[in-house]
Write a protein that binds this ligand. Structure first.
Ligand code: NAP
Length: 429
């Protein structure tokens, strides 16, 4: 049996998952790729750190040079996270003619182009299945199985932490802070949860998926991003009454002239398949012009699911599969469509106002919406105290710029105490 030496950069959650899979499924992996895989070096920060799995200590190193100068190491798997030195190490490995695999969405979303270019220049493979959706094989789906399609839409629940929190708020009536604390205790949320809660993590993943699906380079700052911190129990209750659930969605639409890219809390109909994606699960709903509707569902994170995607990449390289590093259209940036600004986007809206219960308020607000072409679908008012009345509107699809102008004027009305929340609605029409 042929042998191949590989190195891991990082032995944290995912690194340990990869080690476990390579050992537990060794026989099957060897049969599937035709090689006996040997992990010959592992880069870590701290060799003495206690690990949950047993690793021969002589494999550990803190010096990247030990890996770079070893010509027998043919494949480097980057599982350190962060921008640098992960990016520099991957570039150096490629320049030493080593194939590279990564799970690093941050680096891919911000500096992916340089990695694709360098891998091409150096004639090595670059694989990154685990960077989006953990164990869900979404990259391979887009780069391989769906290449006969024009992908028109991608709608994903691609952050497990926020999905776990919103599920707890919806099904167990927890408030945001209580659900976040629970997520941290369960290990679903980091001590600093900003990247997840504020939608950055989902935006990185959307940038990767959209650039591959729509054949263009996506600048992160073109993606509208809003997190879930402002979602209150009252919004969850109203969503339920109107037949919706609230999910943090990453939405990519390839319209006739433009691209629409956004990450934000969204009300979706309870009967849509994405509405039933709960806890820390992820799912990506794709609309292709040939395949129609398609949904991928699974574990978006975790040592073994993510390790499964990483080892899948490793086997692909060893089988010498077609280079999936990036489609030619992405490399050439063939579709240079403009990404719409948030103001140009359209969707339905849930608008929760706090008003005083005075005659004429509703009429004044409806007049303002009408002035800016925002058409009201339903309105609900619950009078509990005359001075603080929640007034909730559901609108038909409207342009966000028009919605913003309406809200600015509405805020100026003397009997309106404030705009409490606005949540976009996606009806998948
Ligand atoms: P992690 O648990 O924090 O592990 C990071 C590992 O990298 C540790 O072993 C650490 O060494 C090592 N490391 C960090 N900086 C280093 C440096 N400067 N030099 C040498 N070693 C360094 O991270 P993780 O959760 O496994 O995530 C790894 C990557 O996978 C990230 O890009 C992440 O976004 C991605 N990912 C993770 C998941 C998931 O479920 N966790 C899912 C999908 C994708 P020490 O052990 O010595 O500290």
């Amino acid at each position: 049996m042929k042998k191949i030496k590989i190195a891991l950069l990082g032995l944290g959650n995912v690194g340990q998952g990869v080690w476990q899979i390579l050992n537990t499924n060794k026989k099957q992996i060897t049969l599937n790729c035709g090689y006996e895989i040997e992990v010959s070096k592992i880069l870590v920060q701290n060799i003495e750190k206690p690990r949950t799995i047993e690793i021969p200590k002589e494999l550990l190193t803190t010096r990247i040079e030990d890996i770079l100068v070893d010509d027998e190491i043919k494949i480097v798997i980057e599982l350190m996270g962060g921008s640098n030195p992960a990016m520099q190490y991957m570039l150096k490995a490629m320049k030493c003619k080593k194939h590279v695999i990564t799970a690093n969405k941050l680096v891919l979303a911000t500096q992916g182009e340089e990695l694709f270019r360098t891998s091409e220049e150096e004639g090595v493979s670059f694989y990154y299945e685990a960077s989006v959706g953990g164990g869900i094989p979404i990259i391979r789906e887009i780069n391989e199985s769906l290449t006969a399609n024009k992908i028109e839409q991608l709608v994903g629940i691609i952050n497990g932490t926020t999905n776990y929190i919103l599920t707890k708020m919806t099904h167990e009536g927890m408030d945001f802070n209580e659900a976040l604390r629970g997520a941290q205790e369960m290990g679903f949320a980091e001590a600093d949860p900003t990247s997840d809660i504020e939608g950055y993590d989902a935006a990185y993943k959307l940038a990767i998926m959209a650039s591959l699906s729509f054949g263009t380079k996506i600048e992160l700052n073109c993606i509208y991003r809003e997190g879930i911190r402002n979602i209150k129990a009252i919004d969850i209750d109203y969503a339920d009454k109107f037949g919706y659930v609230i999910k943090l969605l990453a939405i990519g639409k390839n319209t006739k002239d433009n691209l629409e890219l956004r990450v934000h809390p969204t009300m979706i109909p309870k009967n849509h398949p994405l509405a039933n994606v709960n806890d820390s699960f992820n799912a990506i709903f794709i609309k292709g012009n040939a395949v129609g509707d398609l949904m991928l569902y699974g574990r978006g994170a975790g040592a073994l699911p993510t390790g499964s995607a990483v080892v899948g990449d490793l086997i692909s390289i060893l089988r010498n599969n077609t280079d999936l590093s990036a489609l030619t259209s992405v490399k050439n940036g063939s579709s240079q469509k403009k990404v719409q600004t948030a103001e140009e986007n359209t969707s339905g809206y849930y608008v929760r106002l706090n008003v005083q219960d005075k005659p004429g308020v509703l009429g004044e607000i409806a007049t303002i919406f009408g002035r800016y072409d925002v058409s009201i679908l339903t309105v609900t008012q619950e009078v509990k105290s005359e001075d603080n009345v929640p007034l909730v509107f559901i609108t038909h699809e409207a342009q966000e710029g028009n919605m913003n102008k309406s809200l600015k004027d509405i805020q100026g009305l003397s009997h309106v105490n404030g705009v409490e929340n606005i949540i976009r609605i996606e009806n998948f029409s």
